[in-house]
Design a protein. Structure first.
Length: 215
């Protein structure tokens, strides 16, 4: 590709990884420009100029600047050649969007912040886990996993027979959730989801976008 694609984000970021997974699945070369929004002093001024809310990722393609993961991921799918990441059929696309909404609205806070960060990430930085927060999160985490299991059923992917953006949204959050012993135990109760996770983790796109915590 002669087109210049830049992702502004961080390797530790769930939402940066979603965009990177999409680019990898489409076979698009890109440059990852690391931005640490948790650095002392907050997001750097040059990042705030491209993303006024100080979040990651942001994106640029031949001078076209974009932020918000949903917008970036859909642009990547529609602007570049390669396998489609959004189903053409209305019901399958609705399922895809339903899963994305579940992950954004319920799963990210519960699985990542309330379990992974409290049990795994925080303690590595010397912070004591909030046991009450973890305990309160686990029932909702189990509800999320059961909902995902019901939606996917026996299909190979969340929107049916082909990988879609829905799978890209689920993977990073479940990978981090599974780093906590409570997450591993919860996934054991939904073996179809655990099998899907292991299969996707072995895929080239997942291997190329691994979190630092996976190394």
């Amino acid at each position: 590709m002669t087109q210049k694609v830049v992702v502004f984000g961080a390797r530790y970021s769930v939402y940066t990884r979603i965009v990177r997974l999409g680019l990898a699945e489409k076979g698009i070369d890109y440059r990852l420009e690391e931005v640490d929004v948790f650095a002392p002093g907050g997001p750097p001024p040059d990042h705030l100029a491209r993303q006024p809310f100080g979040r990651i990722p942001a994106f640029e393609h031949d001078g076209f600047a974009l932020y918000e993961t949903g917008a970036i991921a859909r642009y990547v799918d529609e602007a570049f050649p390669g396998p489609a990441l959004q189903p053409a059929e209305a019901k399958a696309r609705a399922r895809m969007n339903q899963v994305i909404s579940i992950m954004d609205s319920y799963a990210f806070r519960t699985l990542v912040w309330d379990v992974f960060v409290e049990r795994v990430s925080g303690p590595t930085r010397g912070r004591t886990s909030d046991e009450a927060k973890i305990a309160a999160a686990l029932p909702r985490a189990r509800d999320i996993l059961r909902a995902l299991d019901t939606i996917r059923g026996e299909a190979p992917w969340f929107a049916g027979t082909e990988l879609s953006l829905a799978d890209l949204w689920v993977l990073p959050m479940l990978i981090l959730f599974a780093r906590a012993p409570e997450g591993t135990a919860a996934l054991e109760a939904v073996p179809r989801i655990a099998t899907w996770l292991a299969r996707f983790q072995a895929r080239a796109s997942a291997q190329a976008t691994r979190f630092p915590v996976e190394e």
